[in-house]
Design a protein around this ligand. Structure first.
Ligand code: AP5
Length: 205
């Protein structure tokens, strides 16, 4: 299975990607996680990305394209992958198309998680409160000011991908306002409907 999860900050991309990874044994590629690891390790990419991420802007396209290109060459990609947070701009999507074409890899679907803005704000506030209660370090971009910048970046630069993938007949939209469990079930249902995974057959009582 080769999948892209698309959605605004707090839509549940990371949450759903982890559940799909557990179920199907495929690899999650989160550009946000990779960049945060690079920042923590103070690599050249991390040093370049640190302030951009803290401000809520997107890092340069070339930076994430090169990270993903290197990662797709690794042997653990052969069973499939979920791209979480990439692509995020039309040039990134075009670069991904070229990469996949060159590697003879077919993308199964782009799953868009649709969540309204007030729910997104609540979810990120809850995440911050939960992390603080556990004594964990809170993400520097999870403040209300930076979150509104991240949402603005999503609307202007990432939302055009909905049209991009819809035109290419890859887009599947899921109501991300349901519970985590219901969203997972719905994603599994639509992936089975397009033949990307085996359908779940309910046993007779
Ligand atoms: P990134 O790390 O990708 O952050 P994001 O897209 O802003 O997404 P989040 O991690 O905040 O949300 P999510 O959708 O994964 O939701 P989650 O599952 O955590 O990117 C960070 C930064 O890196 C960017 O701003 C940019 O600077 C840079 N970057 C990354 N990729 C880039 C790229 N391709 N190009 C350029 N720059 C890039 O859920 C959120 C919370 O809600 C959790 O607490 C969860 O438990 C809860 N939750 C989830 N689902 C539900 C539900 N159904 N109901 C109730 N609560 C839920």
């Amino acid at each position: 299975m080769r999948l892209i999860l698309l959605g605004p900050p707090g839509a549940g991309k990371g949450t759903q990607a982890q559940r799909l990874v557990q179920k199907y044994g495929i690899v999650q590629l989160s550009t946000g996680e990779m960049l945060r690891a690079a920042v923590a390790a103070q690599t050249p990419i991390g040093l370049q990305a640190k302030d951009i991420m803290a401000s809520g802007s997107l890092v340069p396209d070339e930076m994430v394209i090169s990270i993903i290109s290197d990662r797709l060459d690794q042997p653990d990609m052969k069973n499939g992958f979920i791209l979480d947070g990439f692509p995020r701009t039309v040039p990134q999507a075009e670069a991904l198309d070229d990469l996949l074409k060159r590697k003879h890899i077919r993308l199964d679907a782009v799953v868009e998680l649709r969540v309204n803005e007030s729910a997104l704000l609540n979810r990120v506030e809850t995440r911050v409160a939960e992390m603080r209660a556990r004594g964990e370090e809170v993400r520097v971009d999870d403040t209300p000011e930076v979150l509104s910048k991240r949402l603005a970046s999503y609307r202007s630069l990432t939302e055009p991908l909905i049209h991009y993938y819809s035109e290419r007949r890859k887009l599947l939209t899921v109501d991300g306002m349901m519970t985590i469990e219901h969203v997972t079930r719905e994603i599994n249902r639509i992936l089975a409907a397009i033949g990307a995974v085996e359908p779940v057959i309910k046993k007779a009582a």
